[in-house]
Design a protein around this ligand. Structure first.
Ligand SMILES: *[C@@H]1O[C@H](CO)[C@@H](O)[C@H](O)[C@H]1NC(C)=O
Ligand SMILES: *[C@@H]1O[C@H](CO)[C@@H](O)[C@H](O)[C@H]1NC(C)=O
Ligand SMILES: *[C@@H]1O[C@H](CO)[C@@H](O)[C@H](O)[C@H]1NC(C)=O
Ligand SMILES: *[C@@H]1O[C@H](CO)[C@@H](O)[C@H](O)[C@H]1NC(C)=O
Length: 414
């Protein structure tokens, strides 16, 4: 989703000191039981379960973080030892592209294995002057070969590097891209939020010149969608599933809502479109397990764009069983509630661990919903993408991070 909050978070964010609140003569004494080695912070939850009567509790789920060891981001925050099977013995994380004046790396990450590039969209709405009701957002790419080369030059310390970001010159039929997956048949599969009266749409867009683009859906029986948000291809049936959200309206670049915020299934061969899940306040990120039997959909109700925040609303990932026949999403249950910000884009690794872009970085849960750890950035990540063996590319609005770990994603290309 477009995150107005991310801009604010940069201004207001401060590292939150969770304190094991021992009181000595009235002073609150910081006693972190940190286990620090390199970029790893191991957190023993038992040390922080009681803040005490003089504890400094968080007031905001968005602008304050849980960083009890007061470590400097980026780092890996380990809550469960099995996070080491995600990280491997020698993980690293660093900034590989940044532009403090432009939120160029928001959502719609797609890895192109042929050219070893990652494409992504800039923030759509919510960053005044860059994209709004009168101005489209941008889809761009970086080369991971450039990243690997720059890392070799930089040596072992994870110092920031800054590779070239190249804009893709898509036609005006691609308006306010917010979600993406694939590639599908060699093209990016993008969902667009639309802009003003221009319709939200699902498009296939060739990432190579001359950037041929084909709109494959822009209405539900003649009605415009609200502002399409995210998309995945079901791993076995190959049907296209996408979410619709109110953020075009909430960020004032789309008219008021015309449909409930819900999840759709689109059969690209028959043209059939139907609803598979509803009951969301703001349906947002979507992903499937590798076997296609479980679907994850986030509800990011906390963030109401220009209309503010409500931290008592869901910031929640729901899990569903995918009905083998109808592919409706059944047996809705809470999978995880994110402690910070909203869980935005979702991706899974080959071990069914679930990754979501949250207010403090990327949070990772196992398939039972146990929080294993975080790729702690100290700022918003809206989405991320696995890019081959042990490489995770994290979009963080005005920066892109590159993590070298043990986990890998599965093939999203069809
Ligand atoms: C830190 O963690 C490592 C690996 O889990 C462990 O071997 C070591 O004993 C820990 N050190 C402290 C001070 O807790
Ligand atoms: C990285 O390069 C881009 C493009 O040249 C530039 O706009 C940006 O400011 C650079 N980032 C930093 C942190 O200098
Ligand atoms: C992608 O290619 C497959 C196989 O040729 C075809 O069935 C499908 O309709 C294509 N998808 C789109 C969106 O063109
Ligand atoms: C979504 O949540 C917001 C904030 O809690 C609330 O004002 C709004 O009425 C809700 N909308 C729907 C469709 O439930």
């Amino acid at each position: 989703m477009p995150v107005l909050v991310s801009g604010l978070a940069v201004v207001f964010a401060f590292v939150y000191f969770a304190v094991k609140a021992t009181s000595q003569g009235g002073d609150i004494v910081l006693e972190p039981s940190a286990n620090t080695s390199g970029q790893i912070q191991i957190i023993d939850r038992l040390d922080f379960n009681v803040f005490g009567q003089e504890g400094l509790f968080r007031q905001s789920s968005v602008h304050q973080f849980f960083n009890p060891t007061n470590a400097t981001p980026p780092f890996f925050q380990v809550f469960d030892p099995s996070f080491f099977s995600v990280l491997g013995p020698n993980p690293s994380i660093r900034v590989v592209a940044s532009n403090p004046s432009f939120e160029f790396a928001h959502e719609a990450p797609i890895w192109l294995s042929d050219t070893d590039e990652v494409t992504f969209a800039s923030v759509d709405g919510g960053f005044p002057g860059v994209s709004d009701i009168n101005h489209n957002n941008r889809v761009s790419k970086i080369s991971l070969k450039d990243v690997e080369d720059a890392i070799k030059m930089a040596g072992s310390s994870p110092t920031p590097i800054n590779v070239t970001v190249t804009k893709l010159d898509f036609p005006e039929t691609v308006q306010m891209t917010n979600g993406g997956t694939g590639p599908l048949n060699g093209s990016l599969l993008l969902v667009n939020s639309g802009r003003g009266p221009l319709p939200p749409s699902v498009v296939l867009a060739d990432p190579n010149p001359p950037f041929a683009t084909r709109v494959i859906l822009d209405n539900f029986f003649g009605r415009q969608f609200n502002s399409l948000n995210d998309v995945k291809i079901h791993p076995t049936s190959k049907k296209i599933f996408f979410t619709d959200a109110p953020y075009g309206f909430a960020l004032q670049f789309r008219p008021s809502l015309l449909l409930p915020n819900q999840v759709y299934r689109f059969d690209q061969d028959s043209g059939s479109v139907r609803v598979v899940a509803d009951g969301f306040n703001k349906s947002n990120g979507i992903a499937f397990s590798q076997d296609g039997k479980t679907a994850y959909v986030t509800d990011t109700a906390v963030n109401n764009g220009d209309f503010g925040l409500d931290q008592t609303a869901p910031a929640t990932i729901y899990a569903f069983d995918v009905d083998p026949k109808s592919q409706r999403f059944l047996n809705r249950r809470v999978f995880a509630y994110a402690d910070t910000g909203i869980p935005d884009g979702v991706q899974l690794d080959t071990n069914d661990n679930v990754y979501s872009g949250c207010g403090d970085g990327v949070q990772v849960w196992n398939s039972e919903g146990t929080l294993l750890g975080k790729f702690f950035l100290g700022s918003v990540s809206a989405n991320m993408i696995f890019a081959g063996q042990g490489r995770l590319v994290i979009l963080a609005e005005d920066a892109i991070y590159f993590a070298e770990i043990a986990a890998s994603g599965f093939n999203l290309a069809h």
